[in-house]
Design a protein around this ligand. Sequence first.
Ligand SMILES: [Zn+2]
Length: 325
Amino acid sequence: MQYFIGIDLGGTNIKAGIVDQDGNIIRKASVKTHADRDQIDIAKDMGLLAQKVMTDEGLTPSDIEAIGIGSPGTPDNENGVLIYANNLPFHQLPLREIIRQVIDLPVYIDNDANVAALAESVAGGARGTSHSVTITIGTGLGGGVVINKRIYNGFNNAGCELGHVVVQSGGVTCTCGRKGCFEVYSAATGLIRETHQAALENPDSVLNRLIAENGGEADGKTAFIGMREGDAAATGVVDFYIEMLAEGLANIINAFMPEIILIGGGVCNEGDALLLPVKEKAISRAYLGEGVAVPRIELAQMGNDAGIVGAAMMGMDCLKDGIPG
Ligand SMILES: [Zn+2]
């Protein structure tokens, strides 16, 4: 059996784990990121945490093949540098060099959404498929594409920013500067914005009561609760959310024709109330010829382990492909 170390760098926690070649976590641990520190200190802690899980498991560097890191932002895997990370004070961080000073093993870096997609492909909902897309709906909307069982990350390792394909031309302005991006409508923040807007426009809607009961703020559940109470404004918010999500998924199907699209994130707790109409609309709009097999749309399965497993498996693939680490 071959072992890899996967490191999941987040704004709140750094997680690391020993992962076998089939994507099973053998041991894992985490420490706080303390994102307001110097970037070199955060990078050193990532190396020390990797070392800790290795020694806790009774292993030495000779038992481990490679280290993979999943990070928010834009990594440069060729040079082992993290160019930039969302929500972290990183700028041109020489991550490979710093980690190798702690454990001298090949070190590979990729984007967190990309490695999450790879984790689903190896050990989660897309297991057994060659082509899959995983989107994660949170504060933003991240997406990762797996083609022929490998992460597809395009030129400069900068792909795929699926949250920034347009679903409504001339729509609401996105953080990227464009109008009408998929993320603007389908991230949890978009759902919350539309919920507040509908409450303002409909003073009689139960949305106002639900928001007041929630301390004055809507969350990703508010519109769904209102819909179940039969409120027209709340139902309108959910319908629009489903509409936009389906448009984005139809674009993804037309661009990549994956065998399966997996959706993860808190909004998935709504289950079939969300998933069934989204599936039906997305498939009916995608360009699918008569008699052609239809891509599946299901819930992501890896949850909080996606980062560790995906990072380790990305390291395994880079090593297999002979990429210098
Ligand atoms: Zn955008």
